[in-house]
Design a protein around this ligand. Structure first.
Ligand code: R1P
Ligand code: URA
Length: 284
């Protein structure tokens, strides 16, 4: 039948749940908090009124319950945009594909996705232990070049593409922006900025232990192009949300200021602050 997905394409577990996330459609809420670290999931759900669903597989841990009477999910994505590719496609399948018949639903459902993460700043004036909301994102991880029909352009992307000096990695770049209506919730964040998402923590973010990174001036160049901070997931969350018709926003706690060589003096306290800050705003 037309639109019926083969077993190899939409892979399901024995109980009918999606393959990697190990979830059934009834296991998730419309509002979903995405965190990188699996240990952050119970740190978030401890504030729920009650937790009804606890499931996990690999690095994907999910808790769903209610907060102030509203249904909410928190899920870990693990690190990196390759994991986000899995998370976004399987979350979308849970709401927009009839898993039993393996057919696309005719009515579209839109999720609200809130990434709650950590990041490093490349702007020396962006201080550690503060909330930074991503308005624009540049992905240097290449993911969206594997998808047809993804196009995005705005002033940030045009300026960045024009001036980005590293010819070898330029073909991998792609761009996206936040869902502005969700940004309203975070209007009192200390920083609203432009995030770069990288496919690695060391050389891709200009860190040099025993290996040399692309360029000693990498961080300064990014800052000159308008980048405030970086991390490893937001480009894929924003771009795939646009393509799949979901709403997404990222708030990261700045735990490292790379230009000043500073790291949060108490990143556990900083994480707790981030969790409370986000929960207060996304569920009134
Ligand atoms: C790297 O240490 C990890 O921390 C950041 C990066 O994006 C990457 O996932 O985010 P999380 O704290 O959400 O994992
Ligand atoms: N997460 C990152 O990816 N980089 C940092 O420097 C801090 C958190």
């Amino acid at each position: 039948m037309l639109n019926k997905l083969a077993a190899s394409e939409l892979v399901l577990n024995d109980d009918g749940s999606v393959y990697h996330l190990n979830l059934l459609p009834e296991d998730i809420a419309e509002k979903i908090i995405l965190v990188g670290d699996p240990d952050r999931v119970p740190k978030v759900s401890q504030y729920f009124d009650k937790v009804e669903v606890k499931k996990n597989k690999r690095e994907f841990y999910t808790h769903t319950g209610t907060l102030r009477g509203e249904r909410i999910t928190v899920m870990s994505t693990g690190i990196g945009t390759e994991n986000i590719d899995i998370v976004m496609n399987e979350l979308d399948a849970l709401v927009n594909i009839d898993l039993k018949n393996k057919e696309f639903k005719t009515e579209h459902s839109s999720l609200q996705l809130f990434r709650m993460g950590t990041c490093g700043s490349v702007n020396p004036d962006v201080q550690v232990d503060n909330m930074l909301v991503t308005q624009n994102v540049v992905g240097l991880d290449g993911l969206m070049h594997f998808y047809q029909d993804y196009e995005f352009e705005n002033d940030f992307s045009k300026n960045f593409l024009e001036k980005f000096p590293y010819a070898k990695i330029k073909p991998m770049l792609y761009f996206a922006d936040w869902s502005e209506e969700l940004g309203e919730l975070y209007k009192d964040a200390k920083y609203h900025g432009n995030t770069a998402t990288f496919p690695g923590f060391y050389a891709p973010q200009g860190r040099q232990l025993r290996l040399k990174a692309l360029d000693d001036q990498f961080l300064e160049t990014l800052n000159d192009l308008g980048v405030t901070n970086f991390e490893m997931e937001t480009s894929a969350i924003y771009a795939l949300s646009k393509l799949l018709g979901h709403k997404a926003i990222t708030v990261n706690n700045v735990i490292a200021n790379r230009r000043r060589g500073e790291f949060s003096a108490d990143h556990h306290a900083s994480e707790k602050n981030l969790i409370n800050w986000v929960l207060e705003r996304i569920i009134k």
